[in-house]
Design a protein around this ligand. Structure first.
Ligand SMILES: [Zn+2]
Length: 142
């Protein structure tokens, strides 16, 4: 025995019906022996099982999110590599170093990178010092 959830296309009634097999369902359907419990319409269809449908959608969504996260973190890592190769790391002294470059006209060939709070970045920008915040992923290989 197999239970199908059927839906009436005419009145939207949803009801469960038991069949000996999926073949029996197909046969009844073909011979127009299925009818709506509510309005007797023959326009009755098997619905997809709801829980399965929900799970598939959720899995797809999770897969998409994981894929997206991997793409984004790959971009971030490439960016980090570029910064590490081209900028000088100043750690928590970022705001101080950025100011000293800006005000003392230090001829540094390299840009700097380091950590700063959001407030520090805003203050630097107000003073006309270019600073960008980027997401940073901890590199476990280092
Ligand atoms: Zn109906």
């Amino acid at each position: 025995m197999i239970k199908y959830r059927l839906v009436c296309k005419k009145c939207d009634m949803v009801f469960d019906s038991w069949f000996a097999s999926s073949n029996e369902y197909e046969k009844l359907k073909k011979n127009k022996l299925l009818n709506c419990h509510e309005c007797n319409s023959k326009n009755v269809e098997k619905t997809l099982m709801a829980p399965q449908l929900i799970n598939n959608n959720q899995n797809e969504k999770i897969d998409r999110n994981i894929k997206k996260f991997k793409e984004v973190s790959k971009k971030i890592k490439e960016y980090q590599k570029f910064i590490k190769n081209n900028f000088q790391y100043v750690g928590k002294n970022f705001a101080y170093e950025a100011r000293s470059i800006h005000y003392d006209n230090k001829n540094k060939t390299k840009g700097i990178y380091g950590t700063a709070s959001k407030n520090e970045i805003e203050e630097l920008r107000e003073e006309g010092i270019e600073a960008e915040m980027i997401p940073w992923l901890e590199d476990k290989n280092n």
